[in-house]
Design a protein around this ligand. Sequence first.
Ligand SMILES: Nc1ncnc2c1ncn2[C@@H]1O[C@H](COP(=O)(O)OP(=O)(O)OP(=O)(O)O)[C@@H](O)[C@H]1O
Ligand SMILES: NCC(=O)N[C@@H]1O[C@H](COP(=O)([O-])[O-])[C@@H](O)[C@H]1O
Ligand SMILES: [Mg+2]
Length: 397
Amino acid sequence: MWGAPFSAGAKKMLLLGSGELGKEVIIEAQRYGVECIAVDRYEHAPAMQVAHRSYCIDMQDPEALKSLIRKEQPDLIVPEIEAIATHALEELEQEGFKVVPTARAARLTMDREGIRRLAAEQLGLPTAAYRFADNLEQLQHAVAELGTPCVVKPLMSSSGKGQSVCRTPEEAPACWNAALKGARGRTARVIVEAFVPFESEITLLTVRSASGTTFCPPIGHIQKDGDYVESWQPHQMTDGQLEQAQDIARRITDELGGYGIFGVELFLTSTGVVFSEVSPRPHDTGMVTMATQDLSEFALHVRAILGLPVHEVQLLVPGASATLKANTAAEDYAVAGIEEALKLPRTQVRIFGKPETKVGRRMAVALSTADEVETARKIANEAANKLKVEVNVNHVK
Ligand SMILES: Nc1ncnc2c1ncn2[C@@H]1O[C@H](COP(=O)(O)OP(=O)(O)OP(=O)(O)O)[C@@H](O)[C@H]1O
Ligand SMILES: NCC(=O)N[C@@H]1O[C@H](COP(=O)([O-])[O-])[C@@H](O)[C@H]1O
Ligand SMILES: [Mg+2]
């Protein structure tokens, strides 16, 4: 039970990170009459454009974070990205604020070391062999121990930023420099992972709610340079693989606790299912659920975090998503080709409305459904190819 937005009895949700995923979370929360506050490090972020109000702060600055939250007094603090001063969230939780799903989950998953040690060393989940390194010498030692190819990632980064595959020991210095450049956080430490020769990879969206734990049908995806370019649902798996995947997802999400959706990333290999990482929030590859499920991953997240019941998720139709990325940096841009994309059958597009482009920045996504996943993938890719980011179009206002 809650009052209208702006009233004393309003239910207030404060989102930390305001990208394309947060935009959909806020749209779903608005449907429940929740008062929505969007926060990010830059102005006019996508979720800010659909929120009741917004703030631009450095979310890695604990003092800035605490003073905003104490001022706003939200009922729910919803992390939408990893790069947040999570120790400040733990302090706020101690004061009685509710962090989604929990402040500890946000802290452990923002840092690849935290979640990897928990998954592999505490829970005994199968993962790639790994080492950590604080400098080039340690990285070279780790590469020698793990063998090549291996994958080097900054401890704090997402969407593949700063990640590289080290194919020979000679490539180690280039990998070290790439990690330093791409790290979002304030640490120079990296994780080095043995390369997993997977047959396919999936996201198993897992919802923890007042009704218990429920799983969405598996989402298959393809990543380029560590970032997702295409996803589809359902992904064909054997009963045995699905059982292993759900078992891993249940163990890691039970350990993290709290209510909300989790994107559990898994590799399917010839010898079994391997845990990769988990997001305690909606997942980019899960955008496909806006077209395929009765309740999208965003609707499920909002329902779960509000403490509402969540029933078994219904897959209504097979579908796929394909992304549009910018290839140059520009402040003036437009997305062309929307009409052509929408001429394709059973296709929708979502344009995120980011204020500027950057090299490799995700700007929009095409969503298609069909009677077969393969057809949906083909059409979603065709639709995304019709979309173009045109820069410096010199719009006259
Ligand atoms: N050890 C590995 N072996 C093989 N491929 C890997 C390995 N680690 C990562 N990858 C590939 O790189 C992709 C991105 O890796 P990861 O999920 O760790 O990065 P990320 O920056 O956290 O991405 P996101 O934030 O989009 O989830 C994986 O989905 C997979 O395709
Ligand atoms: N893999 C994580 C992911 O997809 N996160 C999504 O991307 C946004 C950042 O985009 P930007 O880098 O273009 O600002 C985040 O805010 C979130 O919505
Ligand atoms: Mg990932």
